[in-house]
Ligand binder design. Structure first.
Ligand code: ADP
Ligand code: ASP
Ligand code: MG
Length: 460
């Protein structure tokens, strides 16, 4: 069971989580993964950034805020004996925070490795608290740092899993607790390199932590407890009428999360897919709700579009090889460059006759993409063998997802028709041959209307 930031956001929520865990632990063996308390990771990252600019005031305030929030939970939920164990541990983490920020403000820089150690301190504190809350309510539990379980490469900030090492280490490290019937309360988000340096799994990575551990111990199911009733037909913040989808396939879940459905981390399906371990998305604010089940092949799958998602901060880049560079050369060099940098593309289209390649990336990646491509094509640009890179900013990518769109004629027509009737112009279109999704780019301010139009058109 993984509990996200809002689910462990304050004392009342943590108490509620303890009840959920204690209830289920009577019927099954439960392993727990927790995120940092809601907002804490943002506070940590911001404090580090401000510190590196030399601002000592900011992180001192952040320290107070962090100490207050965690202390409040201990005060409200823990008896004196547990407080005696937990408060010194929290104080140690706060001094880690202070030392790191102090270091950043002295050297005026943050190394990615130090940032990972700092940004995942929230998980260490929430796991310490949650294990203690469970113990104080008579449930045997112990906090476990995932740096002792999950092994990754050294791509700090968004590390890649080393599966075999992780499986062996996780099984070995958890064996004794499990044999003694003690519930491990594991820090989400964090992992470590083979040399033991702390890494993180990318923002929102606690979902991934949970599925990695589930796969390592061959769990029967993964339950992701969050703040919505399940995977919905659209982001409920964009479409208030969005409904819960009872069943989603692994492939649909991957597609939805890759294209912005924050409810699940994009990598989190990978570890459980091969072993066909079902994943449930459930609402910790409404535990009796049915939730969404993610499986290989949903039983009740209606034909057509199942859900709409969107990435609201995207840019389209056009690379024009003119007469000098053939499209194949262009594609090879562009994607070679992007892959070296591990930059994901959101959609790709091309015009073979004109030697023009067009692709969308997250705005956050844009400066890097531009710099790397300009370097890669330095000579061609200098000699004007190709046109300058064209960037169309402030776009959104809208994606309609559904495995059962395959072979059903007219779906794209209906989707584009619905968007067109709202007077929204479609800037680029892509549909893969698997027909799992249809993507298109619109101006960013029009994203909400576009999502709504398709949601209505398909009566979602
Ligand atoms: P947690 O802190 O539990 O990991 P997140 O905030 O990361 O929770 O993810 C849950 C949020 O994802 C929801 O509150 C919702 O706003 C957002 N979301 C976006 N798209 C969808 C979708 N299709 N279905 C459900 N939730 C979605
Ligand atoms: N706390 C981390 C984040 O905010 C990981 C997570 O919540 O899944 O990104
Ligand atoms: Mg999340």
């Amino acid at each position: 069971m993984k509990f996200g930031g809002t689910s462990v956001g304050n004392a009342e929520r943590m108490q509620h989580v303890a009840e959920i865990v204690a209830g289920h632990a009577q019927q099954a063996e439960v392993l727990v993964v927790v995120s940092a308390m809601g907002g804490v990771t943002d506070i940590l990252i911001r404090a580090a950034n401000e510190a590196s600019k030399g601002d000592r005031e900011h992180w001192k305030n952040a320290r107070q805020e962090l100490a207050r929030r965690h202390r409040e939970v201990a005060d409200q939920l823990l008896p004196a004996t547990e407080q005696a164990t937990v408060l010194p541990r929290l104080a140690e983490r706060m001094s880690d925070f202070e030392n790191l920020c102090s270091g950043f403000s002295l050297v005026r820089e943050i190394t990615p490795r130090a940032m990972d150690t700092l940004s995942s301190l929230g998980e260490v504190m929430s796991a310490t608290l949650m294990a203690s809350i469970l113990r104080s309510q008579g449930v045997a539990a112990e906090a476990v740092d995932a740096t002792e379980l999950i092994v990754t490469d050294d791509h700090y900030g968004n590390a890649t899993l080393l599966l075999e090492e992780t499986t062996a280490k996780t099984r070995q490290q958890l064996a004794s607790l499990r044999q003694r019937g003690v519930i491990p309360v594991i820090t989400g988000f964090r992992a470590a390199t083979q040399d033991g340096y702390c890494t993180t799994l990318g923002r929102g990575g606690s979902d991934y932590s949970a599925t990695i551990i589930a796969a390592a111990v061959n769990a029967d199911e993964v339950w992701i407890w969050t703040d919505v009733d399940g995977v919905m037909t659209a982001d409920p913040r964009l479409v208030p009428q969005a409904r819960i989808i009872p069943e989603v396939s692994y492939r649909e879940a991957i597609e939805l999360s890759f294209f912005g459905a924050k409810v699940l981390h994009p990598k989190s399906i990978m570890p459980v897919m091969k072993k066909q371990i079902p994943v449930w998305i459930k609402n910790s604010f409404n535990p009796a709700g049915m939730g969404t089940r993610i499986v290989v092949a949903p039983v009740k799958a209606a034909p057509g579009v199942k859900a709409i998602t969107s990435v609201s901060k995207a840019s389209l880049i056009t690379v024009n090889g003119k007469d000098a560079l053939g499209l194949t050369q262009l594609v090879a060099k562009v994607f070679g460059t992007l892959s070296l940098e591990e930059i994901p593309t959101l959609m790709v289209t091309q015009s073979s006759a004109d030697n023009v390649l067009c692709f969308a990336v997250h705005d956050a990646d844009l400066p890097r993409v531009k710099a790397r491509l300009e370097k890669a094509f330095e000579l061609e640009l200098l000699h004007e063998y190709m046109a300058a890179l064209e960037v169309m900013p402030h776009l959104a990518i809208v994606v309609a997802v559904g495995e059962n769109m395959k072979g059903t004629p007219g779906i794209a027509g209906r989707a584009f028709g619905a968007v067109g009737r709202q007077g929204i112009n479609i800037i680029a279109i892509a549909q893969g041959s698997s027909e799992l999704s249809i993507s298109f780019a619109v101006q960013a301010p029009e994203v909400k209307e576009a999502v709504k139009a398709i949601h209505e058109e398909f009566h979602l």
